[in-house]
Design a protein. Structure first.
Length: 476
């Protein structure tokens, strides 16, 4: 290094800052990797976020990046940035288990599309992060690696399914994470770990291979500690791939979003409970109302309003169950005993659907899009809770309701996210400071279909006004 900076300070850097310093030769990729590996050795045993570690590979890749910098050759947008990939995303030559005992020793021969894009941009592979079995569920545990714990309180859940990635970013084991989101698998762990996560518009980030390439429910997207890093990752992850039929191209400068310092001239809606569709804890309600106050102070006109989400729950549950049959039907027939009960329940629900059920869901889906499209011609964004509850006991598969009741299944508590999923709108999960007991809580900034950069612009203004991520780092 050409300047004095500690390993601890290196692990506090954003991906954007790492890239700037690398190009200026303020530090090397090896410096960055060694600092993060040291941090992982110290902190990861407490939270179990990274479950497969590849230090030799990381150092080899760092050496390649440093040689490119030394010789003045071009480097990618993520050059020298450490990342451990979600364990449901295939990485060539690195064990990828999907959190399932069926694949406990699985080593893919090829990387999936998004892993390859991130790697081609120069990111350095630290290994894999923990997930619930087949990413089904929003508490990260499985029979292969056990549970991932929240860095703000290790007795609590880190959320899921990108729980390992979110906990690792929050604990400064890496600056960014790849994620996937169907029922909230980016947004819930972002909220539980006081970081930022984007569920993009379906098709913005192409997925390949994909068992359901025409479905808009499951998407891939980024998690990070700054909005700038979310945009940096989206520059790499987005863009058309003809193998993903819903994917589309964007202008070259699309992710150079407007970095707003205020929200003057904007009309923003909010709801604390989706018009009564979701039961929400008082601490989460306060998070939404606190955010509303910040936005008003930034000059926005903020009013209580909501699109018509009627039918959204049926849309989500029917299409999700159909996708589970597609993805896991053969495992159910051949190795049912190796699947956790929640997955079995989803598959069996899917087997029970009729053609009339799917036809009804299709009609409701169309109406839902029309409802939300019209709403976002009047409003710049909608602020809603990211979760109905604060982080809960890590030993529970899913939490109790805010009034200490029981949810019917592991899925219902994710309704604050899956209602937005059904509508198909981009959603940025943002921290809303800590609760009265010191736990992270988050909100969603939901925007118009295919207007993801506008959502980032609003998130940036909120970030600059509060600095909640940097001010509230976990003490671990």
């Amino acid at each position: 290094m050409s300047m004095s900076i500690s390993d601890e300070e290196l692990t506090q850097l954003s991906a954007t800052e790492i890239g700037i310093g690398l190009r200026a030769q303020t530090w090397s990729a090896r410096d960055i990797v060694e600092a993060h590996l040291e941090r992982i050795e110290k902190v990861n045993p407490l939270i179990n976020a990274i479950v497969t570690l590849t230090p030799e590979l990381a150092l080899e890749q760092a050496a390649t990046v440093d040689q490119l910098v030394k010789t003045g050759k071009p480097i990618g947008l993520l050059a020298g940035v450490p990342i451990a990939y979600k364990d449901t995303h295939d990485v060539a030559g690195v064990r990828t288990t999907y959190g399932s005992p069926i694949f406990a020793d699985h080593v893919p021969a090829t990387s999936e599309l998004q892993v390859q894009r991130i790697a081609d941009a120069g990111a350095i592979c630290l290994g894999k992060t923990n997930v619930p079995e087949f990413a089904a569920g929003a508490n990260t545990f499985n029979s292969v690696f056990g549970e991932t714990r929240n860095p703000y309180d290790t007795s609590l859940s880190a959320g899921g399914s990108t729980g390992g990635g979110a906990a690792a970013v929050a604990a400064r084991l890496m600056p960014i994470s790849d994620g996937s989101d169907m029922a909230g698998s980016i947004r819930i762990p972002s909220a539980f770990n006081n970081i930022i996560g984007l569920r993009p518009t379906p098709g913005c980030v192409p997925t390949f291979p994909n068992d359901a390439p025409w479905s808009p429910l499951a998407v891939q997207g980024p998690l990070a500690r700054t909005v700038d890093d979310i945009a940096l990752m989206m520059k790499v992850m987005s863009g058309q791939d003809l193998r993903a039929p819903l994917s589309y191209s964007l202008p070259n400068d699309y992710w150079n979003f407007q970095r707003r310092k205020n929200l003057k001239g904007m009309r923003i809606a909010y709801s604390t409970d989706f018009g009564g569709l979701c039961e929400v804890d008082a601490e989460i309600t306060k998070a939404v109302l606190d955010t509303v106050e910040v936005m008003r102070n930034l000059g926005a006109d903020v009013v209580e309003a909501l699109p018509d989400f009627s039918g959204a729950e049926k849309v989500f549950k029917y299409w999700r169950a159909w996708e589970f049959v597609q993805a896991f039907g053969d495992f159910y027939r051949e190795r049912r005993s190796d699947l956790k009960s929640a997955i079995v329940h989803n598959i069996e629900f899917g087997f029970g659907l009729t053609i009339e059920d799917l036809g009804e869901a299709s009609k409701l889906h169309s109406q839902l899009h029309h409802n939300t499209f019209g709403f976002f011609t009047e409003f710049d964004a909608l602020i809603v809770p990211a979760t109905p509850v604060l982080p809960f006991d890590v030993t529970l598969e899913y939490p109790h309701t805010p009034r200490d009741g029981d949810y019917p299944s592991y899925l219902e508590w994710m309704s604050t996210c899956y209602l937005v999923t059904a509508a198909g709108n981009p959603s940025l999960a943002m921290p809303a400071s800590l609760s009265s007991t010191g736990l992270p809580r988050g909100i969603q900034i939901v925007g118009q279909h295919k207007n993801d950069a506008h959502v980032l612009s609003i998130g940036y203004a909120l970030e600059q006004a509060t600095h909640f991520v940097s001010k509230n780092a976990p003490h671990i």
